[in-house]
Design a binder for this molecule. Sequence first.
Ligand code: NAD
Length: 496
Amino acid sequence: MATMIKPGLRPEVERFLSSRVQQGVVGGRDVAALDGATFTTIDPGSGAHLAEVASMQAADIDRAVSAAAEAFRGWSALPVNERAIWIHRLADEIERRKPIIGEIEAFDAGKIRQQAEGDVQVTVDTLRYFNNMALHVQRRNALPVAGHEAWTIRQPWGPCGFIFPWNFPFLLIGWGIAPALAAGNTVVIKPAEDTPLSAIYLAQLAREIGFPDGVINIVTGLGETAGAALANHRGLKRMSFTGSPEIGRLVGEACGRNLIPCKLELGGKGAAVIFDDVDVKATARKLADAITFHTGQVCCDATRWLVHEKIYDEFVSESVACLKQTKVGYQMDDGVQMGPVVSAKQQERVLGYLERGRSEGAELLLAGGAAKVAGRSGFFVKPALLAGSLDNIAAQEEIFGPVAYLAPFSDEAQAIGMANATDYGLANSVWTSDLGRAARVAESMVAGNSWINAHNVFPHGVPYGGVNKSGMGGGVNSPETLFDYWRSQSIVRPLR
Ligand code: NAD
């Protein structure tokens, strides 16, 4: 039996967590690892044991890919409107159970409950967005070719692999699989070992509503075993990986060997460029909110704040004042603004970067460090601000915690140069009341995404993805993503 982690748990969540072992879901059935191995997932806010989870190996992954290949025959052959009914039913049921999934996610990932529910809604909206779009895409296109009758058709690829990280477990599943399913593919999902529970719950929910077996398969396990086996599997027709650049390289190499298309959504070291014509207090507040959102464990966060020298001192003091007020606490408690980081390893990483940054000469504007939360032995950290040379390790590497690195600039060209002085290229923002300058600077920053007077904005229809060390393969969340999940086939008939 799992430990009771909080009185007042929803009965459905308590029932879900009471399973002795949380298993993978393959071909619609709960399956243990063939060798019976398990790993543990815990609540990062209290350290309480949540569940034992099947630790799958290569042979288990084989079974899941075979199930997805088998299911592909029926799923891809369904008329598009019938497939759409299933996906809408799935979205409706996820929405109906949003509080349950949100609670599971909040416990497993250390997410503030309302934010976890928000992530669930994003998945619902993404399923509907791609589902509706797929209904209206022309699958058969005539080509005007002299002397020939010619046309192209769009065909789904087959079983697609997805490997996800722990920071937005349920939301990223939605971004990933929604276009794949709507296009007629089947999926094998490997959630992160720190946060496997919402993925398992999703597959159980799909089974309960009669969603066709084998279309959504969940394989649980460690990265070096289950993840590597999935990334290298020769039965997959496409792969999508979200995570660190280091593992992304391994997954990309495996896909290169197997000659299958691969999407890589990787890390970031985003800049916010703040000009001297902003409302300093309001901008400091927004960036403080951005860096503390999900305890800074956000790939596209603004972690380098480049501030015009005329307002630098004022901006520093406003930011320090905002961040000092951040209420750090247990993610399930009311009024908490920043929960724990996901694991002891992640806490060590954040604290280690603060130490290394300081030892390389960064000034500590706000010290950060481990935070104590009464009655909880979770992995809490405080927000931190550093300043100094952009060569500093804390200004160059992704920390993935509530830490920003500040530096002053004197003119627009210098600011653009500083923003681009990174190997990453995921997301930046520019803050100014001069909209001409805003557009100019936004377009000059080398990254997949530039925001103006905002950070972390994701309307459907706007492509989201990275360049350079932040990823490749077309990104997510835009109409193009749907087309990525169809292969194109040409048919030609000479007329004479
Ligand atoms: P990670 O790369 O350590 O792990 C990601 C996933 O890969 C996990 O499921 C893990 O089990 C698996 N994995 C580990 N070793 C593997 C291997 N050898 N072969 C195949 N799979 C393996 O990343 P993380 O620590 O879970 O997540 C944090 C990273 O994710 C950060 O760099 C963050 O910026 C990035 N991220 C990017 C986006 C985006 O959209 N660009 C979104 C969220 C997170």
